[in-house]
Design a protein around this ligand. Structure first.
Ligand SMILES: Nc1ncnc2c1ncn2[C@@H]1O[C@H](COP(=O)(O)OP(=O)(O)O)[C@@H](O)[C@H]1O
Ligand SMILES: CC(C)(COP(=O)(O)O)[C@@H](O)C(=O)NCCC(=O)O
Ligand SMILES: [Mn+2]
Length: 900
């Protein structure tokens, strides 16, 4: 290969003389054993442990970011006035006949990290930090959803009191409330909490809540047919009119024509209260969930009079009724001399559920028909995410409308009114938030309070852990309500009895269907996406059960090792061990839940699973499980970087470009998220593995567009302008970034292309973070004039420069090298939700380089950009290699897609 003597070079095989003896001898195995003693090493990792970061992987990137302010200013100037934060209250209620729904807001604590990198980048790009007070109204924070039984209003009052939700920002707050209880219990609130209730119209609230959810939450609405759940992409421009059917205690049907434009067109007194009330009387059930669970084991044909009962077992096919169609709900009870005790409660519950669901479905259909509406959204807690209920309603709509109308359900089904009441606070800016500024999380804190209807979030970590411990002692499986197998339809206007009898509905002790809604106004859509509307980050859709099972197993098997790393990263103390165990159980519970119902948290892709794992770690206060490993690998790699650079500089430009790309691919092998790679690390030193990996870099790679890229870089017949600015989405710490991406960045800089290193905002596996990068760059710059000049020009060396004495400092006129955070805390990246900082630098970029499996394969492999794009990764998983590139583990991808 063009005089590159692989066998004698670092790039090749054996040069060791310059490698720091010590680093060379450290095997990864040794690292893990030494982790616990690595206190001094740890101190060198930038300080990162602030409280915000511990709880949300879409961090509050910069609440006061001027770019965002600009946008918001155009839409609603009042949001930005800092003084207005005073009259924001944090709680809204919907007090219904059966349940009290709470929606409350918690603001993030301030971010204390003094991030110099960010400041300089902001100055550069005019994303000025500004001196705005950080606490402007509602922007930046979380929305929580909690419910209580209305009969237990005292528990609700206690909850509000314990969280001081009634105080808001000042002491004489009013609380917005809707539902009948807003009238009924106003005095009680005054007496117990000293607050006034401001009543909001219930219909107004339902509509406002539904409109907000349909516009702002990506995976809110779904269809549910024959056990199959499918999320519906709502086109905001084609949302109205729709029929909103809210099935609470009673049922309201509202024709919605726009924001605040609606009419209550119908309703029925036979609703959720009827099912629960009659059901309780007839079955002696103690809770709604018990009643619902009974229904799953029921056979309604012992209670209902079926067509077959009347027609001697025959279908009445002339009018399209099968023998199993219900002719008369509870009709069998008339003809026999049986008493209530003679019927199975299970059968009664199912009969009742079907009666009421069909009836509501039918009235909804008739109403929609009368108004010429095709879409019907169902809300209210009667539905309770219960598969059979939804299937029954869907069937009724489908059957009566002959497929002309469609039933859709909402994940936040019961919270429409409460959300609407919350929206009615003025000037909080919530209604201005857009899809990409909301991130839903499923924390482990919300869930398990033991059989009660509500799940007040367990805010306290200790509480959470001890709950986990208790739970495990009890040996109960941690799951939320799980739909039973789909009922079979007869095709002739009725259902058979539910087919799966053994499968019971788990009580909703977990509240897992609805997460916490993080409001992150500083998130933006990556401006270089060719078509954000059709963009789908996930390459692998886990709707395929085989795929889900495979990744479930991979992640489960990786868990013990991850816990060890996490515990070690926190000093291996007893407390860390406890937290580690709790984390493992919590994450396993999420996985188990998702195995049973993959769409429980919205549409599920592999990226979501990987992010959930990081999120879950943070929830148990493991902020950076791989910190020691990252640090070690950075050090080892920085030690050999000068040699590598020297070798590269000895090559022709053309050879160098290839060598650089090979270098990136080879160094991507350092990935602690891949089982295969971790096994490999036990067999050699960092440098040995790096060399081995380099040696394997034979072209053609499995996906190899290198020639096209090379041509674009000026090594062809056509003349091309150099790129103005390149965004390099970097992946792992250590060799990956130091020996792979940094040399590539240097090459671009040398050619006069500005380089922005785009790195994670929060740690994920061994990925390098934006906070860690400046120090790494500074270290590398000590031995390289190009990097030094560029880093200086990019404002990265402001502090680090003080330590560099060997060369005189002159005002640098170099092409700048910068670092920005991407807004994520996951190994993957969803380009619909990136930091405002990244969005700002992207505007002048004409080259995007995505590196690593997470960013370039699991996500974004199929993403199209407005500018040139290069996707580089080594595939470190056999199954993915087979599926995605019809290749093998350790194959490489170099995918180049020019702007079109
Ligand atoms: N845990 C529960 N306790 C009581 N009712 C429940 C529960 N879960 C679901 N439901 C159903 O939800 C209905 C109440 O729905 P909801 O939307 O809260 O209406 P409302 O505002 O009238 O209370 C109940 O009548 C019952 O059918
Ligand atoms: C988590 C990862 C996406 C990180 O890869 P990277 O982006 O660092 O290349 C990758 O390690 C992965 O897909 N792991 C799957 C589990 C396994 O193969 O063991
Ligand atoms: Mn990675």
């Amino acid at each position: 290969m063009d005089g590159l003597r692989k066998d004698q070079s670092l790039v090749g095989a054996t040069t060791t003389h310059n490698i720091n003896e010590e680093t060379n001898n450290i095997t990864h195995k040794a690292i893990s054993q030494e982790e616990e003693e690595e206190e001094t090493e740890k101190e060198m990792v930038p300080p990162v442990g602030n409280s915000i970061h511990r709880s949300s992987s879409r961090p509050q990137l910069d609440l006061s970011g001027a770019a965002i302010q600009g946008n918001f200013e155009e839409r609603d100037p009042t949001i930005l006035l800092p003084n207005q934060s005073d009259d924001i209250s944090h709680l809204a209620l919907d007090i219904g006949g059966s349940l009290i729904k709470l929606v409350y807001f918690s603001r993030h604590e301030d971010r204390l990290v003094n991030d110099k990198r960010k400041k300089s980048a902001k100055e550069r790009f005019g994303v000025s930090n500004g001196n705005m007070r950080r606490t402007f109204p509602i922007l930046g924070g979380r929305l929580h959803f909690v419910k209580f039984e209305t009969a237990k209003i005292n528990e609700c009052l206690e909850f509000i009191h314990s969280k001081q939700l009634h105080r808001g920002d000042n002491d004489n707050a009013v609380i917005k409330a809707t539902g009948g209880g807003a009238y009924k219990f106003a005095d009680l609130f005054k007496e117990k909490l000293g607050v006034s209730i401001e009543k909001e119209d219930e219909m107004d609230c339902l509509v406002a809540g539904a409109n907000f959810l349909l516009k702002a939450i990506r995976h809110e609405a779904f269809t549910h047919k024959e056990g199959h759940k499918e999320f519906v992409q709502i086109d905001h421009n084609d949302l109205y009119p729709y029929l909103l059917v809210n099935i609470g205690s009673g049922v309201s049907m509202i024709k919605v024509d726009g924001d605040g434009k609606f009419q209550r067109v119908s309703g029925t007194n036979v609703g959720g209260g009827t099912y629960w009330g009659l059901g309780r009387l007839l079955t002696k059930c103690k809770s709604f969930d018990e009643l619902l669970e009974l229904s799953q084991r029921g056979d309604n044909s012992s209670v209902d009079m079926l067509v077959g009962d009347i027609y001697g077992g025959l279908d009445y096919s002339k009018i399209g009724l099968s023998a199993s169609t219900i002719a008369s709900s509870f009709g069998k009870a008339i003809s026999e001399n049986k008493e209530i005790e003679d019927y199975r409660p299970e059968d009664i519950s199912l009969s009742l559920l079907r009666m009421i669901s069909y009836n509501i479905g039918q009235i909804s259909y008739l109403t929609a028909l009368q108004l010429g509406i095709k879409r019907i959204f169902f809300g209210g807690f009667f539905i309770r995410g219960h598969a059979y209920t939804m299937d029954t309603i869907s069937f009724a709509i489908q059957f009566w409308s002959k497929g002309g109308a469609q039933a859709m359900f909402l994940r936040h089904e019961g919270f429409l009114g409460a959300l609407g009441a919350f929206m009615s606070y003025e000037k909080h800016g919530l209604d201005d938030l857009m899809v990409h500024q909301l991130v839903e999380r499923f924390p482990m804190g919300a869930p398990y309070t033991g059989g009660k209807i509500h799940g007040p979030p367990l805010g306290d970590l200790n509480e959470k852990i001890s709950w986990m411990e208790k739970f495990v002692r009890k040996g109960i499986k941690i799951t939320a309500p799980v739909p039973m197998a789909s009922p079979r339809t007869t095709g002739l206007g009725g259902f058979e009895a539910p087919s799966s009898k053994g499968d019971t509905l788990r009580c909703d002790e977990s509240n897992l269907n609805v997460g916490v809604l993080h409001l992150v106004p500083s998130l933006e859509v990556f401006p270089l996406l060719a078509d954000p509307k059709t963009y789908e980050p996930n390459t692998i859709d886990l709707a395929d059960p085989n795929e889900l099972e495979y990744w479930f197993t991979v992640l489960s098997e990786h868990l013990p090792d991850l816990v060890d790393k996490a515990v070690a990263s926190e000093g291996g103390t007893d407390d860390a061990r406890r937290r580690g165990n709790a984390f493992a159980r919590a994450f396993s519970a999420h996985l188990a839940r998702l195995m049973e119902e993959p769409a429980a948290y919205g549409k599920l892709g592999l990226a979501n699973l990987l992010e959930l794992r990081e999120e879950c770690l943070r929830e148990f206060n493991f902020f950076d499980a791989y910190s020691t490993i990252k640090h070690r690998e950075n050090e080892a790699s920085l030690a050999v970087l000068p040699d590598l650079l020297m070798e590269l500089d000895g090559m022709s430009e053309e050879t160098r470009l290839l060598t650089l790309i090979e270098g990136v691919l080879a160094a991507n092998i350092f990935d602690w998220g891949s089982r295969a790679c971790v096994d490999l690390y036990h067999k050699g030193t960092i440098i040995e593995i790096y060399r081995m990996s380099r040696k394997k870099m034979q072209r053609p790679w499995r996906v190899d567009d290198f020639d096209a890229f090379k041509e674009r870089m000026g090594f062809g017949d056509k003349k091309h302008q150099r790129h103005k600015r390149a965004l390099l989405f970097v992946d792992n710490s250590g060799a990956d970034v130091v020996l792979g991406m940094l040399p590539l960045a240097r090459e671009l800089l040398r050619r006069g292309t500005e380089v922005v290193l785009v790195a994670n905002s929060l740690p994920a596996l061994n990925d390098v973070t934006a906070m860690e990068l400046p120090e790494i760059v500074a270290e590398a710059a000590k031995h390289c004039d190009i990097l030094r000049g560029a880093a200086e020009a990019g404002g990265l060396l402001m502090d680090a420069m003080i330590n560099i004495q060997d060369s005189p400092r002159e005002k640098s006129s170099s092409t700048p090298l910068m670092v920005v955070e991407n807004g994520c805390g996951s190994p993957c990246i969803d380009l619909r939700q990136v930091s405002s900082e990244l969005a700002a630098v992207a505007k002048d970029a004409d080259l995007v380089i995505l590196e690593g499996m997470g960013r370039a394969l699991h996500t974004n492999y199929n993403a199209r950009f407005k500018c040139d794009a290069l996707k580089l990764a080594m595939v470190k998983n056999q199954r993915l290699a087979e599926k995605l590139i019809k290749g093998n583990i350790y194959d490489c991808v170099c995918r180049y897609e020019p702007a079109n």
